[in-house]
Write a protein that binds this ligand. Structure first.
Ligand code: PLP
Length: 379
């Protein structure tokens, strides 16, 4: 049996990547918004059914662009889950607005609508939802609250390309959706991201803000005869080199997803008896949601068993990392945000979660070795 180390993730290699890159480098259009940007954007719109999509240099930049579009300013409040990646919080703080951190639903790791309801004030401008592991948040009550209190929903959909909630594609349910194409995500361009929008007016403004505050996109379409400075903005567009890789990856989207689901399903089928014996909870996918197999995680009974599990797997050469130090209690979060109630479930999730290796090209031998390692552990 093979005893090579098993990493947590291996970035997917798509057929066609090198040909696409060669084509860009041999052309005179290597900067952004060329043929591969257009092709990748069309594929993204096909997968998500989003009326509008704009490639960006990262999910973080898509979220920053979202903060500009929502005109966040000092005095505004944005509610976020404490258990998430720092980018959405930083995009709020960059606008001088206040982050309000609330707790998660323990069964999915997603923002808890009841905690959101308690944290709403007249200053609430938006709520950030992150679909953890590609499993949708409980969107029904959040959409009701958004309609009642007139705030925007921002979906940090870094994990959820191709996932759905009650048949609706993730990233298109709220006002603004953000995707990541970092090489740890299902589809990647090394670094990259996208902004999804359904509102035409927001799209017109986003297109300008993404291109240094200019109407260059309209100029390129021949709608104006010169372009100039129209609005605030920055340079959020990726080069054609990134778009070339992304386009090849998106062409393999079904292959990537089938590969990841194969691994996910193997874990999900093999582990229930072991999990029950050891007081371990397996990742939960509610029936009205289609997940993306971005993560396969376990919840260990305690922080101590989680840490010894990671050590046990490491001895077998298998990487099983944990993540997300709660934002509410982080150095920046306690300085720039408010946490109305202690986020006990976020802290507990962060202390007990562990993720198993998952990538599309994992072999049956890799999967068997991971499962051998897991089931040899006694909590
Ligand atoms: C990866 C990730 C991001 C950041 O994505 P980048 O493309 O690296 O900026 C944001 N949010 C979540 C939940 C992520 O997992």
């Amino acid at each position: 049996m093979n005893t090579d180390a098993i990493p947590f993730n291996k970035p997917f290699r798509a057929p066609g990547e090198l040909d696409n890159l060669g084509e860009v480098l041999a052309s005179s259009h290597v900067h952004g918004d060329g043929r591969f940007t257009n092709a990748a954007t069309a594929k993204l719109k096909q997968i998500t059914h989003a009326p509008h999509a704009l490639l960006t240099t990262s999910c973080t930049h898509a979220l920053e662009l979202g903060g500009l579009l929502l005109e966040l300013q000092p005095g505004d409040e944005v509610i976020l889950p404490s258990f998430t990646f720092p980018s959405p919080a930083s995009s709020v703080a960059l606008r001088g607005a206040t982050c309000v951190f609330v707790d998660i639903d323990d069964s999915t790791g997603n923002i808890d609508p009841a905690a959101v309801a308690e944290a709403i004030t007249e200053k609430t401008k938006a709520v950030v939802v992150m679909h953890y592991g590609g499993v949708a948040a409980d969107m029904g009550p959040l959409l009701d609250l958004a309609a009642e209190h007139c705030f925007a929903i921002v979906e940090d959909n870094a994990h959820g390309l191709g996932g759905s909630w009650q048949g609706r594609p993730l990233g298109t349910i709220g006002t603004i959706g953000a995707l990541s194409f970092h090489d740890t995500k299902n589809v990647h361009a090394g670094e990259g991201g996208a902004l999804l929008l359904s509102d035409d007016i927001l799209m017109m403004r986003a297109e300008i803000m993404r291109e240094k505050g200019t109407d260059r996109a309209r100029f390129l379409r021949g709608e104006v005869d010169k372009y100039g400075w129209q609005d605030i903005g920055s340079s959020y567009l990726p080069s054609e080199l990134n778009a070339a890789v992304l386009d090849a990856q998106l062409a393999s989207f079904d292959v990537i997803q089938a590969g990841r689901h194969r691994v996910w399903d193997s874990y999900a089928r093999a582990l229930p008896a072991w999990a029950q014996r050891n007081g371990v909870r397996q990742m939960n996918v509610p029936a009205d949601r289609e997940h993306t197999a971005h993560l396969f995680y376990l919840r260990m009974p305690t922080e101590e068993t989680r840490d010894s599990f990671i050590g046990h797997m490491r001895q077998r050469g298998i990487a099983t990392p944990f993540h997300y130090v709660p934002l509410g209690t982080s150095p920046a979060g306690s300085k720039m945000g408010r946490t109305p109630k202690p986020c006990v479930r976020s802290a507990e999730f962060s202390e007990t979660v562990v993720r198993l290796p998952i990538w599309p090209a994992m072999t049956d031998d890799h999967i068997a070795r991971v499962l051998d390692g897991v089931t040899a552990f006694v909590a």
